[in-house]
Ligand binder design. Structure first.
Ligand SMILES: [Zn+2]
Length: 205
């Protein structure tokens, strides 16, 4: 055991008791309707659906469109997630809040999405009307995106140099200024346009 792991064992850096409670035991045999202390072996009080952390559209649209994959603050693909059930309907559908926490040391970025099995549009129903694609992608996401689609290194470099985020990229395409701004040829621009059209183009996992 090295000095770092022993720190964790001694509890000096032990994770302080979470403000969120585990519901997995309850969900294996869900009672109908709202769970009470009497029903719940963990004595957890089920909360109403809630929202937490960064709730700005700009951050959440980018995060959602990345496949809930990368932190919009630090740019790392280092996201932990868990669900907080708020209730179960008679037909077995659950609803609640899914919380996402960046695990990168010192980052602490956090957001949440409400979910509902019974929603016809989308499990994370708040996202049902959201614009899809690279809209609101920060520069770090655009660089990951370019690498994912095997675009030339020069494209990735120019994205970084010119601070081209998702909205800027979309505007440059619309104004037909992409080749000039990226200092590249039409063939590469075509590769970029094709990458944008691909199914699951924006998923950064
Ligand atoms: Zn982060």
């Amino acid at each position: 055991m090295n000095i770092f792991s022993s720190c964790f064992v001694t509890g000096k850096h032990k994770r302080k008791s979470s403000q969120y409670s585990a519901k997995s035991a309850v969900l294996t045999s869900p009672p109908v309707g709202r769970v009470t202390e009497k029903d719940d072996p963990n004595l957890d009080i089920w909360k109403d659906q809630f929202s937490t952390g960064d709730q700005t559209d700009t951050s959440r649209i980018a995060f959602y469109n990345s496949g809930l994959a990368a932190c919009v603050k630090c740019g790392e693909k280092n996201i932990g997630r868990f669900e907080e059930k708020a209730g179960i309907r008679a037909n077995g559908e659950t609803f609640g809040t899914e919380v996402f926490l960046c695990q990168t040391k010192g980052c602490k970025w956090e957001t949440s999405f409400k979910f509902d099995d019974g929603h016809s549009g989308a499990y994370h129903f708040e996202t049902a009307e959201w614009v899809k694609g690279i809209a609101h992608f920060p520069v770090s996401f655009m660089m990951m995106w370019a690498r994912k689609h095997n675009l030339p290194d020069q494209v990735c470099h120019q994205i970084f140099e010119n601070r081209i985020d998702g909205n800027t990229m979309l505007r440059l395409i619309k104004e037909d200024k992409l080749a000039a701004t990226l200092d590249t040829d039409r063939k590469t621009v075509k590769k970029i346009l094709n990458a944008l059209k691909k199914e699951n183009s924006t998923i950064l996992l």
